[in-house]
Design a protein around this ligand. Structure first.
Ligand code: DGT
Ligand code: CA
Ligand code: CA
Ligand code: ZN
Length: 575
């Protein structure tokens, strides 16, 4: 069981306690536990197995530790089961609808006797929800949209969960199969799609049987679908299927290409091959006349044989990338090593876990030349947002750390709320004391498109706003993006010199890929950020860069690819 899965159960406890109107300190204790578990860098499951004392973890007391231990050893948590038993089954389905808060669920249940998703849909349709006191037409419409979003959610895995599981599987295989010389996760996750159907692993190994056994015998395998000499397929407890294939070294170029897809990209490649008198399969290219098979040690060699530029996996979307590869029109995409600074980070001053010094030292260790520390603004009460007084000492401490630590430029920043009416959470005077201002929407996300568009553009029109954070506010598979005229926003960004963030947190990936392309085409400046709330979170930069690559970004499209001096000069000029 992953930390994410454990944290999810604690999240359910929080919702149920809120529905019971439990005392707020109890609720907060479980909320804190949920966040701690989700962000904890080591596997709690493994720690329990090794008999480690979980209460040594800050924020984990005896009660929480016992519950985690029970959950990972038995798969159940009796406390959660007792809470669940206090509600009708259908009501528990309602709290799974993203965007429907516990308080609302209780009202719908008690005041309208709604105990299923279908009943709720009917109550929205016939106006009963809208007629509840303090509810109204707008809220009812938002509930209707939330139901549609929940229904449209497929059983595909959001990339954050799939990536977490994928890392565990590959670590397990590497630890248990000394013979493995290459192991690549292909398929949709290699292309960096935002949701994943299953994992497609390809490995080269001197001991195929050991790899097949390690896959079938891994902890957390619920069902072995097939266990052969060359391929093993399993379903994990989480419901995710994993296919592991063993490949002879001479076929690896073709195998990686074939199993990375996507399907339509592969179809286009096969057509190109046919035009050359060749047939493409997972082993290589076969001459249609002689029947001789050519094999390739790398994907690059295979693309070259087809007269194509190499197409990076993120671009294999089945759009026009094959034509562009034929025309030599695939640009050099931005790479992780091109990134020189991180301009959206949180510390324990607001809702981050780690101290300023820890975050800055870690950023320096990553090789960054500059970092903006952007704790939340005063309006984010639940995220411990900074009052004007605290913001001032925040800035002073950052300047002190800049000279104490050395070798990294530190920007005094904020992630400031854009309020529902488009005004900002700090005054211009306060903002003038900062070096870098990320403005974000965190509330009233259900506004109609015209209101939301005007709200965001109003923030961009203030020259003190440097960038807009996670524009759509979506959480993949959990919260739908805000309704807005995105083209108008991208044009306004270009016009005002406001950078648009590509948020690298895997839960968000916001801008989404199509918006990255569109914003770039319309001339908006882009910035790739981690939105890190922990030192490990600084590793999100890799994901942000992959997302930028899906939007065909080059180094010059991304402002934090500039070195510190050049970047600060740019910042001075756009203000
Ligand atoms: P997913 O799993 O739904 O997120 O998406 P993919 O792209 O990982 O799809 P999957 O797992 O069905 O197959 C992995 C790759 O294998 C796919 O992108 C292309 C390749 N592939 C699968 N089936 C075929 C096929 O029938 N013909 C060809 N040419 N390629 C295939
Ligand atoms: Ca797949
Ligand atoms: Ca597959
Ligand atoms: Zn935010």
């Amino acid at each position: 069981m992953t930390n994410g899965e454990i944290a999810e159960r604690f999240g359910t406890i929080v919702s149920l306690l809120q529905m019971k109107d439990e005392k707020s300190f109890t609720v907060r204790a479980y909320q804190r536990a949920e966040r701690t578990i989700d962000r904890f860098p080591r596997d709690m499951d493994a720690m329990v197995a090794e008999g480690e004392d979980l209460t040594k973890i800050p924020g984990v007391g005896k009660a929480i530790s016992d519950k985690i231990t029970e959950l990972v050893t038995t798969g159940k948590m009796s406390y959660l089961e007792r809470l669940e038993a206090e509600f009708p089954d259908g009501v528990l389905d309602l709290i799974d609808i993203p965007g429907l808060g516990p308080k609302t669920v209780v009202r719908l249940w008690k005041e309208l006797d709604v105990t299923s998703v279908e009943a709720l849909e009917a109550a929205v349709e016939d106006g009963r929800v809208a007629s509840l006191p303090r509810m109204g037409k707008k809220s009812a419409e938002n509930i209707g949209r939330a139901i549609q979003f929940a229904k449209s959610r497929s059983d595909r895995f959001p990339i954050a969960r799939a990536m977490d599981i994928s890392r565990r599987v590959t670590a397990h295989l590497r630890e248990n199969c000394a013979g493995i010389s290459q192991l690549v996760v292909c398929g949709s996750i290699r292309r960096f799609e935002e949701t994943v159907g299953d994992l497609d692993l390809v490995c080269v190994t001197s001991d195929p049987a050991a790899a097949m056994d390690a896959m079938a015998g891994m902890d957390g395998v619920a069902n072995v679908l097939g266990h052969g000499d060359k391929k093993t397929s399993v379903v994990l407890d989480s419901g995710l299927q994993v296919d592991l294939r063993v490949c002879e070294p001479e076929y690896i170029g073709a195998m990686l290409q074939y199993f990375t897809g996507n399907l339509h990209h592969n179809v286009r490649l096969r057509e190109i091959a046919t035009g050359l008198g060749l047939s493409l399969n997972e082993y290589g290219l076969k001459d249609l006349e002689t029947g001789v098979l050519e094999t390739y040690p790398t994907e690059e060699a295979l693309y070259e044989r087809l007269g194509l530029q190499y197409v990076p996996p993120e671009l294999r979307q089945g759009a026009d990338e094959v034509e562009r590869a034929r025309d030599g029109d695939i640009p050099r995409l931005v790479q992780l090593a091109d990134i020189r600074g991180d301009l959206h980070t949180h510390t324990d001053w607001s809702d981050g876990r780690d101290t300023m010094a820890e975050m800055i030292l870690e950023a320096k260790a990553w090789g960054l030349e500059y970092i903006a520390v952007t704790d939340h603004s005063v309006g984010r009460g639940i995220a411990n947002g900074l009052s004007v007084e605290r913001l001032e000492s925040h800035g002073r401490q950052l300047k002190e750390l800049e000279s104490d630590i050395g070798g990294i430029r530190i920007l005094r920043g904020t992630e400031m709320d854009i309020r529902a009416d488009g005004t900002l959470d700090y005054s211009d005077e306060v903002l003038d004391g900062l070096d870098w201002v990320v403005a974000s929407v965190h509330s009233a996300m259900g506004q109609d498109s015209a209101t939301m568009t005007a709200r965001i553009i109003a923030a961009m029109r203030n020259p003190r706003v440097s960038a807009i954070g996670h524009l759509s506010t979506r959480l993949i598979g959990e919260r739908r993006p805000v309704d807005a005229d995105y083209d108008a926003i991208f044009r306004a960004a270009a016009d005002t010199g406001t950078a648009l963030e590509i948020n690298g947190s895997l839960e968000r990936l916001d801008l989404k890929d199509a918006h990255v392309s569109r914003a770039r085409e319309l001339g908006a400046a882009l910035v790739v950020n981690t939105d890190a709330h922990t030192t490990e979170g600084l590793g999100n930069m890799e994901y942000g860069v992959s997302q930028a690559r899906r939007g065909w970004c080059e180094k010059d499209d991304i402002v934090n690819c500039m070195g510190a001096e050049e970047f600060l000069k740019w910042l001075e000029n756009v203000k």
